[in-house]
Design a protein around this ligand. Structure first.
Ligand SMILES: O=C(O)C1=C[C@@H](OP(=O)(O)O)[C@@H](O)[C@H](O)C1
Ligand SMILES: C=C(OP(=O)(O)O)C(=O)O
Length: 421
């Protein structure tokens, strides 16, 4: 699919899409629980749909109602020896330890970008928990055979927090008096989100300094009613769109959410956007935008919208944390440099630092998403203030996290032409 976004003024009101990070965690917790859970405001992005299918293959019964999903489970009882996590990094890293709670040998597959993302962690860690594990040179497919026995363990959290999320979720169903110790944890707020979700489903973890996670007496996930929060990662693009090209009101954004990407507010404020946040609503309006400095090490998904913002700011914006981007859906530091380069925006990568030379004018161009949803969305936002249309190839990549994105941009006054090629 090819999408052409033309320069436009942004004005209007929109409701944020459901968070795929929250939705996938809730689906996993509902699978681990015994009984019927209700998931309200469910996400229907590809990552969320993949999580629902995995949960089904691991034993849950799922019923889709008009505005919610019912997930009925009796814990992990796979009725199939293969699960497919689609393109979801969180999905595979979370469901692998969960699937390993069963003694059935299971093959775990995925497609697209997921087939190139590192999975060595499992080969190193799962055998310490009595799970046999084989990968293909550190990549998919994964073959595992449990059952996983929770033990005291020390892991490295520097590549991704998602492996820890998976272990925490699995331990929640089986651990007794054991501790996970983590060295050099990155993306810490995502772990806060995991712990918050587990607590909602009745499982408490004693966390110390995001280094030690202790499980006391054995616990069980309780089936429950859960409402998925609006997604700050996707909404960041809408907020930037308004900050550079007009104004908007975005609903269903919990401003005290545990989601790491609430940090977009800090960046917007630093850049000079005019912001007014309520409890669940953010109002934002264009201001005089100037270059800013930001450490995005713990909120790596913000890089693409931050670059779209920085391209519109006068001066050189400095963003720290580029090394966190190498193993996302694309190598995002490089992809941002290439695609924004086509639109006339110079980006330098200096080790862990990205320098975006903004305020020089954005040019209409043909760009490519590299099958990365956040690159497609960043280019679409950059197009709003370009000197001509921006044609985005492989624009359907947005379906991974935010299938409503182009519709939402249009609701806000964006000029979006979709062509299926
Ligand atoms: O737990 C999650 O929901 C996520 C964690 C982050 O990954 P890392 O921990 O690998 O940074 C983030 O980039 C990803 O989009 C979603
Ligand atoms: C990297 C992302 O997701 P995941 O790692 O879950 O595939 C993302 O949504 O930008």
């Amino acid at each position: 699919m090819q999408v052409t976004v033309s320069p436009a003024i942004i004005k209007g009101t929109v409701t944020a899409n459901p968070s795929k990070s929250a939705m996938q965690r809730a689906v996993a917790a509902a699978l681990l629980a015994k009984g019927k859970s209700i998931i309200r405001n469910p996400g229907l992005s590809n990552d969320c749909l993949a999580a629902l299918e995995v949960a089904e293959n691991l034993g849950a019964k799922i019923k889709r109602e008009h505005d919610h999903f019912e997930i009925t489970s009796n814990g992990v009882q796979p009725f199939y020896d293969e699960i497919n996590c689609g393109e979801s990094g969180l999905g595979i890293r979370m469901f692998t330890p969960i699937a390993a709670l069963s003694s059935l040998p299971i093959t775990i597959v995925g497609h697209g970008s997921l087939t190139t993302r590192p999975m060595n962690f499992f080969e190193e860690v799962l055998p310490q928990l009595d799970v046999k594990c084989a990968t293909q040179g550190g990549k998919l497919p994964l073959h595992i055979e449990g059952p996983l026995q929770p033990k005291n363990i020390t892991i490295d959290g520097s590549l991704s927090s998602q492996f820890l999320t998976g272990l925490l979720m699995a331990y929640g169903a089986a651990a007794e008096n054991v501790t996970i110790t983590v060295k050099d944890l990155k993306s810490k707020p995502y772990i806060a989100l995991t712990l918050q979700l587990m607590a909602h489903f009745g499982v408490q973890v004693e966390e110390q300094n995001f280094e030690q996670f202790h499980f006391g007496k054995k616990q069980a996930y309780n089936a429950c009613d859960y409402t998925v929060e609006g997604d700050w990662s996707g909404a960041a693009f809408l907020l930037v769109a308004a900050a550079v090209a007009g104004k908007a009101e975005v609903h269903h954004l919990n401003t005290s959410s545990a989601q790491s990407d609430t940090a977009i507010l800090e960046a917007l404020e630093k850049a000079g956007a005019r912001l007014m946040s309520g409890v669940f609503t953010v109002n934002i309006e264009k201001g005089a935008l100037n270059a800013f400095e930001m450490d995005a090490t713990d909120c790596p998904d913000l890089f693409p919208p931050l670059v779209a913002l920085a391209a519109n700011c006068n001066g050189t914006t400095k963003i720290k944390g580029v090394s966190r981007l190498a193993h996302k859906e694309s190598d995002r530091g490089i992809t941002l440099q290439q695609e924004f380069g086509k639109m006339g925006i110079k980006i330098d990568l200096q080790g862990d630092i990205m320098l975006v030379h903004g305020g020089t004018g954005i040019k209409g161009a043909q760009v490519h998403s590299h099958n990365d949803h956040r690159i497609a969305m960043a280019c679409a936002v950059a197009a709003l203030t370009a000197d001509g249309p921006v044609v985005i190839k492989n624009a359907e990549a947005i379906n991974k996290s935010y299938p409503e994105f182009y519709d939402h941009l249009q609701l806000l006054g964006g000029k979006v032409a979709v062509e299926s090629v």
